[in-house]
Design a binder for this molecule. Structure first.
Ligand SMILES: Cc1cc2nc3c(=O)[nH]c(=O)nc-3n(C[C@H](O)[C@H](O)[C@H](O)COP(=O)(O)OP(=O)(O)OC[C@H]3O[C@@H](n4cnc5c(N)ncnc54)[C@H](O)[C@@H]3O)c2cc1C
Length: 486
């Protein structure tokens, strides 16, 4: 007998050509957040699911990018707390009573922890997929047709799988330029830094986007001398300008050399280090160079164009807000789509794809409610419309910015840099966006994200209790200051 829920699914499936999950087979290329989250949803909806993954479950997010970098940053953050100890009245001594001037990072131990944690996270994902009855094949997949996938397994054997639904979630890889070839020893991509045997004496970070800024500050915190080469006027181009200014000031205050308007032309090895040549002829020498100049999608050789899937000029898979590609039954999620390179977005796209393909209730991807965080110290968290959107009239909203220095909890914790910004639609006061620059801004942005997602007004936010004293008090205070008066 068919349940009401199954019948509902069946009817929706008939109506728009989606398949009934009870009979469907789903093949997923790539086991990163886009792929494994999709697999869990598809299995939950009753499909027979196979994930083909080349490099390890969890993908680059877990094994080389997001999880390792945030683990490294946790150590650097911990060390920076020692630097503020004296401001809070703490004097650090060794057991003989001598003053401890500095904490020292043992990079080998730090890297071991980073890699062990990433491997454990990958194993946990594997267990979860296994428990849900999902088949995982270690190997490389490519489409033979919209409903057939070929998997070349680790042992060289080849299998052909039939699929009613295919999800492509093969991620992206660091962009490498001919004039700056990584060697894994001195010239490194962000995926190669965890095998460094010792802390770079002088790290030159090329690229001041999110990855460059995060890792430059992490190594500075661990004890390296750091030079950040930025092709733009300021670091973190594309982010809230006030937030980027705070971060750049903090970088300089802590001793980082930031070279603005400095475009890298080449990076080469020298006898004892590296030389980064800039387009204007200047040279920056260091012991190591870290290249953080963007990513390219891993979409070549997947048979996508051959089966009719439309790719953009940059090689990303074109998708709509329910993750459909141009070919019926073929979906795509995550960094290979170039929609927004975040693990959280990849996972959401994957879940949406499966819900859509298998006839479950589905809400299209809402990029306006994506909260994102830059794990510098302080962190920068953002959601919704930006200051730029307000300034160029994209949204008819007004904003307020409260420096954290006036917040009582911030004073107690010795926080001097940071602010809360809130944006609300004029007249009605609906919260449409915000920026938080603070330690743990990634946690503080949640009330703002809730407000943006659910269309709460500034009065509703301001009328909600916050703990006294707390940093979230500044979120409520910003909302109070935006109370519509006419
Ligand atoms: C340094 C850094 C830090 C980051 N930090 C954050 C963060 O803090 N928060 C956040 O939300 N995002 C962060 N990101 C972004 C995040 O890592 C990506 O958005 C996320 O990895 C995208 O997930 P995905 O599933 O699309 O791809 P991936 O995680 O790259 O996984 C793709 C998988 O597909 C496999 N694959 C590729 N080709 C094939 C094939 N032909 N057949 C089978 N398998 C294949 C790969 O082996 C890989 O396992 C960070 C990125 C970088 C570079």
């Amino acid at each position: 007998m068919t349940t009401r829920r199954e019948h509902g699914r069946q009817v929706r499936g008939w109506l728009d050509g989606r398949v009934n999950s009870r009979q469907s087979s789903v093949v997923i290329l790539g086991g990163g957040p886009g792929g494994y989250e999709a697999a869990l949803v598809a299995a939950h909806l009753g499909a027979a699911v196979t994930v083909i993954d080349r490099d390890g479950l969890g993908g680059a997010a877990v094994l080389t990018d997001c999880v390792p970098s945030k683990t490294l940053i946790s150590t650097a953050d911990f060390m920076s707390q020692f630097e503020t100890a004296s401001d809070l009245g703490v004097h650090l001594e060794d057991h003989e009573g001598d003053e401890v001037a500095d904490s020292v990072a043992e990079l080998n131990a730090v890297n071991r922890r980073v890699l062990a944690l990433a491997a454990a996270q990958s194993r946990d994902i594997g267990r979860r997929l296994d428990a849900d009855g999902i088949t995982v094949l270690r190997g490389t997949g490519r489409l033979l047709s919209p409903s057939q996938v070929e998997a070349t397994l680790e042992d060289g054997s080849v299998r052909t799988l039939d699929a009613e639904v295919v999800l492509v979630s093969t991620g992206a890889t660091p962009r490498v330029m001919a004039s700056a070839q990584p060697d894994g020893e001195r010239i490194l991509t962000w995926q190669q830094i965890y095998s460094l045997p010792e802390l770079p004496e002088h790290l030159v970070v090329v690229g001041s986007g999110v990855t460059g800024a995060e890792l430059a500050q992490a190594y500075l915190g661990l004890g390296s001398r750091v030079t950040l080469v930025s092709s733009r006027d300021r670091v973190l181009p594309g982010e809230d300008a006030d937030a980027a200014t705070v971060i750049e000031d903090v970088f300089r205050k802590r001793g980082m050399e930031v070279l603005g308007r400095s475009r890298m032309a080449s990076v080469e090895r020298t006898d004892d280090g590296v030389v980064v040549r800039l387009e204007d002829g200047r040279e920056v020498t260091g012991s190591h160079a870290l290249l953080a100049v963007g990513s390219i999608p891993q979409t070549a050789g997947l048979g996508l164009a051959e089966v009719g899937v439309t790719l953009t000029e940059s090689g990303h898979v074109s998708v709509d807000r329910v993750s459909r590609t141009s070919v019926r039954g073929v979906y795509a999620a995550g960094d290979c789509t170039g929609v927004l390179p975040l693990a959280s977005v990849a996972a959401m796209q994957g879940r949406i794809a499966m819900a859509h393909a298998l006839g479950d209730a589905v809400a299209p991807l809402n990029l306006r409610a994506v909260s994102a965080n830059i794990f510098t110290d302080p962190e920068i968290a953002t959601v919704g419309f930006s200051q730029k959107d307000l300034d160029d009239g994209t949204v008819d909203a007004t904003g307020v910015m409260l420096p954290l220095a006036t917040n009582p909890r911030a004073k107690m914790q010795g926080i001097t840099d940071g602010f809360v910004k809130l944006f609300a639609r004029k007249g009605v006061g609906t919260v449409v966006g915000g920026v938080v620059v603070a330690p743990k801004a990634s946690e503080l942005i949640y009330p703002v994200t809730l407000a943006v997602q659910h269309g709460l007004t500034v009065d509703q936010l301001a009328g909600t209790f916050t703990v006294y004293p707390s940093l979230s008090g500044s979120v409520a205070e910003a909302a109070r200051q935006l109370h519509p008066t006419d």
